[in-house]
Design a protein around this ligand. Structure first.
Ligand code: ADP
Ligand code: GN1
Ligand code: MG
Length: 368
């Protein structure tokens, strides 16, 4: 059965009304398969939904994952209502199956879920203007605060050691040793780049272990295309992709946004001369994020924001490189060498941040 036929069958399992008039694939994320399904209701109104096939190669326990998403979105809805916000637009809503479940498991063993489609929004892979990036920072900072009283002990760890940079480095070393697809010989420079920074990989893990920074409920995947921006008001209104909401550190959430959004080029740009970490964008995000977190960050957290940026970028590069060495089994690719291109942009960004280090520190101090 091809994917179109699967989609056809699967949507019948969800509690959706009306006549289906359209189906399309959304290509943004690297992990799940995402579709937009369009229905016409009896009164001629058009209603759209997001249908996703969850990547079970990565998310091993969908039941736990969906329990997390349900509990987190329920918590967010309560908070949004308290703040007189719009619950339909400011967070995801799970659409249940006809038998009242948060997801559907097909006979073939695929797991599917449906969310409300948040209309009149856009996601960016590259910042188009500084103000949008600032707005996304306020929203991600605010998201962090909305979850500050979420009971962290009720959350399942959907991907163990997700942002354990030391573990990521160990996995890279293992991939180098095994060299299953014979690519190690082609990436000596990239490997050396990482190994030269081996010590850095320990910094955030050490801070957490020594309780010098707090463990919080964090999003863990705060790239710009995981936030929906209202096309009319230009405000960042809805944080999506909640699969990795888990206990973590705010340094990673901040850093992940910087590595993706403060870059002057796409994550997979082949021409590395185009890839820089823009200090204008770094400043806008720092200002917005610190404002969005409403004074809740500790002095140590603020001090370490530049380090969070560098290490999340390095870690992401390590992950792309590892996947390249393992034969591209984790991140979706659409061309030969795609993961290597991605790894290279991350390393170029790390280098650029190192060159601009004092500037990054000064900017952070200015808003602390
Ligand atoms: P992945 O885990 O593969 O990154 P996402 O959940 O981030 O998947 O979804 C992929 C893309 O689909 C997003 O970047 C966004 O553009 C779009 N999208 C996802 N959920 C919604 C939604 N509820 N409303 C509108 N667009 C959405
Ligand atoms: C993946 O799901 P998506 O595309 O938003 C990945 C992130 C990486 C990112 C790199 C669950 O994010 O950790 O930083 O790609 N998500 C998962 O673009 O591994
Ligand atoms: Mg995503």
């Amino acid at each position: 059965m091809d994917i179109k036929e699967k989609v056809e069958l699967v949507i019948k399992q969800f509690d959706l009304q009306g006549e289906i008039i359209g189906k399309s694939t959304l290509e943004k994320g690297h992990i799940n398969d995402t579709f937009c399904i369009e229905y016409r209701l009896d009164n001629n109104i058009i209603k759209r939904y997001i249908l996703q096939r969850i990547n079970t190669n990565i998310f091993k326990n969908v039941d736990e994952l969906m329990e997390n998403v349900f509990n987190v979105t329920s918590h967010l809805k309560k908070k949004i209502l308290e703040n007189s916000g719009d619950v339909e637009r400011e967070t995801l809503s799970i659409i249940k199956t006809r038998d009242g479940k948060n997801y559907y498991k097909s006979d073939e063993g695929d797991y599917w879920r449906v969310y409300n489609f948040v209309e009149d929004t856009i996601t960016y892979d590259l910042v188009e203007n500084v103000q949008d990036f600032y707005e996304s920072a306020v929203a991600f900072g605010n998201f962090q605060m909305l979850l500050s009283d979420f009971p962290a002990n009720t959350l399942y760890e959907t991907i163990p050691n997700f942002h354990n940079t030391v573990d990521r480095l160990d996995k890279l070393k293992e991939a180098i040793k095994n060299d299953v697809v014979g690519r190690v010989k082609d990436v000596k420079d990239e490997i050396d780049f990482v190994l030269d920074r081996e010590k850095d990989c320990h910094i955030i893990c050490d801070l957490l272990n020594k309780n010098e920074i707090p463990l919080r409920v964090t999003h863990n995947d705060t790239k710009l295309n995981n936030i929906l921006i209202d096309t009319k008001t230009k405000k960042a209104i809805c944080v999506i992709d909640l699969d990795t909401v888990m206990p973590g550190t705010v340094l990673n959430d901040f850093g992940d946004s910087i590595r993706f959004g403060a870059s002057t080029a796409l994550e997979d740009e082949k021409d590395l001369s185009k890839v820089e970490c823009s200090m204008e964008l770094f400043e806008a995000y720092t200002k917005g994020f610190i404002e969005g977190t409403k004074g809740k960050l500790t002095d140590k957290e603020k001090e370490m924001l530049p380090m969070g940026s560098k290490l999340m970028t390095l870690e992401c590069g390590i992950r792309f490189l590892t996947d390249y060495l393992q034969g591209d089994t984790y991140f979706k690719i659409s061309r030969e060498g795609h993961n290597l291109d991605r790894a290279r942009t991350q390393f170029k960004l790390v280098l650029d941040m190192e060159n601009k280090w004092q500037q990054m520190i000064d900017i952070t101090k200015k808003y602390s």
